[in-house]
Design a protein around this ligand. Structure first.
Ligand SMILES: [Zn+2]
Length: 215
């Protein structure tokens, strides 16, 4: 829980810090994304603006990179990093990166597990002998959540490493500016690590519940 708390305050602080530092070239997030797509010869992916803070994502179904208000028109180091990261997902999609496909196929299982597992386990605690079966099914479904978070890690880390390479190679950021982009993407990576660890901790808690009832 502490790690989750630290990771989320760390990303907010790092994001805020590098949102205030403008890049020397002054390209906005939207321009960064367009430049990368153009250089990579990708013509069927659009760049759009989406409401909210840190709501940036790539939608592989619609072939759209959506950049949030704070990224789209900003020429900060954070904006360049986030825009390039989303383009990293576009490249994964283009190259049929296997973890990305696996992650997409795990979304339904993760949604079902995330919603139903806690209910089954709660119900199981109140149902005598039969409760054991509920807890067991709850844990089995929760494995979908675990798998999703574990597969998310390589997908996100790979998108960030592609982003940092592109930003550097295409000269979008200069010299030390690259360190700022790296700091933002590293902070974001920690939030995924924390989320995955938190899910593993929940699994441990469920398993303890199951075994302690067995005695
Ligand atoms: Zn991502």
């Amino acid at each position: 829980m502490l790690l989750t708390f630290w990771a989320s305050s760390n990303i907010k602080g790092t994001y805020r810090r590098y949102s205030q530092i403008q890049s020397s070239l002054g390209m906005t997030g939207a321009q960064v994304a367009q430049k990368i797509l153009q250089q990579m010869n990708i013509r069927d992916v659009r760049v759009e603006r989406v409401a909210g803070e840190l709501t940036d994502h790539y939608d592989p179904g619609a072939k759209v990179v959506r950049l949030s208000d704070g990224i789209y028109n900003s020429s900060s180091l954070a904006a360049a990093a986030v825009a390039a990261h989303e383009c990293g997902h576009v490249l994964q999609d283009k190259q049929g990166y296997s973890f990305m496909n696996l992650r997409a196929s795990l979304v339904p299982a993760a949604n079902i597990g995330g919603q139903i597992s806690p209910l089954l386990i709660m119900a199981g605690l109140f149902l005598g002998q039969l409760g054991q079966i509920f807890i067991f099914i709850g844990i089995a479904l929760f494995l979908g959540v675990i798998a999703f978070h574990l597969v998310t890690l390589p997908v996100e880390l790979d998108a960030s490493s592609r982003a940092l390479k592109l930003i550097n190679q295409l000269g979008i950021l200069q010299g030390d500016e690259n360190k700022g982009a790296r700091a933002v993407l590293n902070a974001a990576a920690w939030t995924y690590v924390a989320t995955a660890l938190y899910a593993l901790l929940q699994l441990a808690q469920y398993l303890i519940l199951l075994t302690s009832r067995n005695r």
